[in-house]
Design a protein around this ligand. Structure first.
Ligand SMILES: [Zn+2]
Length: 102
């Protein structure tokens, strides 16, 4: 399944989903600020503040997760960011050149 689809459905190997299917002991993110969801990684995860700046590249950040995932351009950037976090083990082999922001 493509990462974009996974992000929209929430069926993505972040703890919130892994916990729901009994594959993780907790749904909480390692930062301690809440469940590890797509929204959390894209908008809240504090270790990724700089990454978030790069992702928006000077454009005004969109904080509406539904709008991000429904916009083809924003969804691609968001998918790249989530892959760059390295949190999704199944995608660790994706070469970093593919993940450059455009
Ligand atoms: Zn977190």
């Amino acid at each position: 399944m493509k990462v974009g689809t996974q992000m929209r459905t929430g069926k993505i190997s972040l703890r919130a989903y892994l916990h729901a299917i009994n594959k993780a002991e907790t749904d909480q993110c390692q930062c301690g600020l809440g469940p590890q969801t797509v929204r959390h990684i894209l908008l809240e995860y504090r270790d990724w503040t700089e990454e978030r700046h790069k992702m928006w590249a000077g454009r005004r950040p969109c904080v509406d997760i539904k709008r991000i995932l429904c916009s083809s351009t924003m969804a691609v950037q968001a998918a790249k960011m989530i892959l760059r976090t390295g949190l999704l083990e199944q995608f660790r082999a994706v070469p970093s050149t593919v993940l450059k922001y455009t």
